[in-house]
Structure formats: C-alpha cells, structure tokens
Write a protein that binds this ligand. Structure first.
Ligand code: 7PJ
Length: 283
C-alpha cells in the first residue's frame, strides 16, 4: 500500500497523471456540531465512503482544528476522535488514509490502525515528530506555517514569500535527512492561509511552480479557504465550491502532485478535463 501510494505521488509529480485528490475528513466537534460523541465515527465513516464513491485518491483524517484562532487539543482527545474513524474506514475500503496531526503519538497509533501517510502542518517540528516519522517510514507532507494557529494571521511578514518558504523547505529537507527520513517519502506544501495575507497566498499560487525546483512532490490545500472568500465576496465557506475547483485546477497546472480539498466530486470532474487537455493532447 505504501509503495503504490509513493509511486502514484511521484507519477503525478512527473506529470504522467493528474494530481491525486486528497479528500478532507474532519473529526472535530465544530465540523460535526450537531452530532453527539457516539455517532461521530459513523458519521465520519459515511462521509469518507461518499468521498470514495466520488473518486478520492487519499482520505485525510484529522482530529485537531488548525483554523486561524483554533485552540490545541490534548493527545487523548485527539486519539479518541481519529483512531475509531481510521479503523472503520480501513475495515471497509482500501483507499490510502493520511493522518492529519502534529503529534508523534497520534502518528504512531494512526499508522498502527491503518494510515499510510502523515500530514503534518508543523512540518515535523513538534517534539518527537521527526523521530516518529523516521520510525514509521511512510510518506509525510511537510507543511509551512508562520507562527501558530492561535495567532498566525496577526501580522504575517516575509521578505519574499516564495523564496522564504523555499528556504524553510531546504532546512526541513536537511533535518529529515539527518533524522533518517528518506527523501523519497517527502511531500512539500506551502500552507495556504497559514500565516499569510491574501497577497502572500496569491503570490504562492501564481508562482507555485517555483517550488518544483526543490525536487519533491508538491501539495496544495486551498479548498474553501478565506482567500477565496476575499476574492469572491462569499463569506460562507460552503458557497466557495466553484472558487475551490478553480484554485485546484490552477495548482494542478503549476505542478501540484496532490490537491487537498472538500469537494471531491466537482474537482475530480474538473481534473479529468485538465488531464484530457494537458496530458493527452499536448504530445
Ligand atoms: C491544510 C492542511 C493545508 C495541509 C489544513 C483547512 C484548514 N494540511 N490542513 N495543507 N489546511 N497539508 O482545511 O481549511 O493547506 S486545515
């Protein structure tokens, strides 16, 4: 499972196939606000199965909200949210599961329960996370974030947002090598909306292809984010589907190997058009 996932990611990076679609499965109280504690895993399972029907390539299961202003969650609470969901999904379908966490203990328990990828918004900078990744040897998404979720949107500052993030990735790649996390396992993500103004986010998307120089597959997560609300005037994230699909196609055109998103059905269709034109009729 791990080898075929790595091969698919690298094939997308080489431009041989359309980007992989990573569908978001949130297991946080704010995303299931009307659900009680006990039916939460079943609701998350039902959501995951729907995404599979819609053609998702990777399911990204997360139990801690990293939205601007969000408060951290304890390890026991996070485990209680995500492990039953991973077990239920694994019992039903073979689609690769990614665990969206910054905590080493959650990484270990999630992989033991059947996850085959780690998605870390702190880029393995939390205490013990790098060692856990070195031990688990599964693909890891290293995301860039300036600051921390509680305060990151206060006053983000860069000299040049693309170059600054490139040097952050250079430093993380070196740290991974030193810790024994193989280069072939790493995916890089500039972290749209994580300590970035609208202008920073637009520069990152416009110049997303500059990050290809790092030689690693790239992930873009723009789905329903506030940058799209700012551009369309739509304050309700649920109204940002078309904007999200457009952003995913733009990221695909600039070399994203994975796009992380909510609206799988719509985006898979859009990427089929993208692939038919870009891969099949350009010679
Ligand atoms: C991202 C993420 C992202 C990666 C979130 C949201 C906020 N992980 N987790 N990249 N965003 N790798 O989905 O709106 O952009 S949480």
């Amino acid at each position: 499972m791990t080898d075929s996932l790595i091969e698919a990611i690298h094939s997308a990076q080489r431009g041989e196939r359309r980007p992989l679609v990573m569908g978001i499965v949130n297991v946080t109280p704010d995303s299931f606000s009307d659900g009680g504690r006990f039916d939460r895993p079943d609701r998350a399972l039902a959501h995951a199965l729907r995404l599979v029907e819609e053609g998702v390539d990777i399911l990204d299961v997360g139990g801690e909200s990293t939205r601007p202003g969000a408060e951290p969650v304890g390890v026991d609470e996070e485990l209680e949210r995500v492990i039953p969901v991973i077990e239920r999904i694994r019992g039903r379908v073979d689609v690769p599961i990614s665990i969206d966490t910054v905590k080493p203990e959650v990484m270990r328990r999630a992989v033991a329960a059947g996850a085959t990828m780690i998605n870390d918004v702190l880029g393995l900078r939390a205490e013990g996370a790098m060692a856990a990744a070195a031990e688990l040897q599964v693909p890891v998404c290293i995301m860039h974030m300036q600051g921390e979720p509680r305060t990151m949107q206060k006053e983000p500052r860069y000299i040049d947002v693309v170059e600054d993030i490139r040097s952050f990735f250079g430093e993380r790649l070196q740290a991974c090598r030193e810790a024994g996390v193989d280069d072939s396992l790493l995916v890089l993500d500039p972290g749209f909306g994580f300590g970035k103004t609208l202008e920073h986010n637009l520069q990152l998307l416009a110049r997303f292809d500059h990050l290809r120089g790092l030689g690693r597959p790239l992930l873009a997560g723009i789905s329903r984010k506030s940058m799209l609300g700012a551009l369309t005037g739509k304050s309700d994230p649920g109204q940002r589907v078309a904007a999200s699909v457009a952003a995913a196609v733009l990221a695909a055109g600039r070399g994203a190997a994975i796009v992380r998103l909510h609206d799988v059905d719509e985006t898979v269709d859009a990427l089929k058009i993208f692939a038919a034109v870009e891969h099949d009729h350009r010679g």
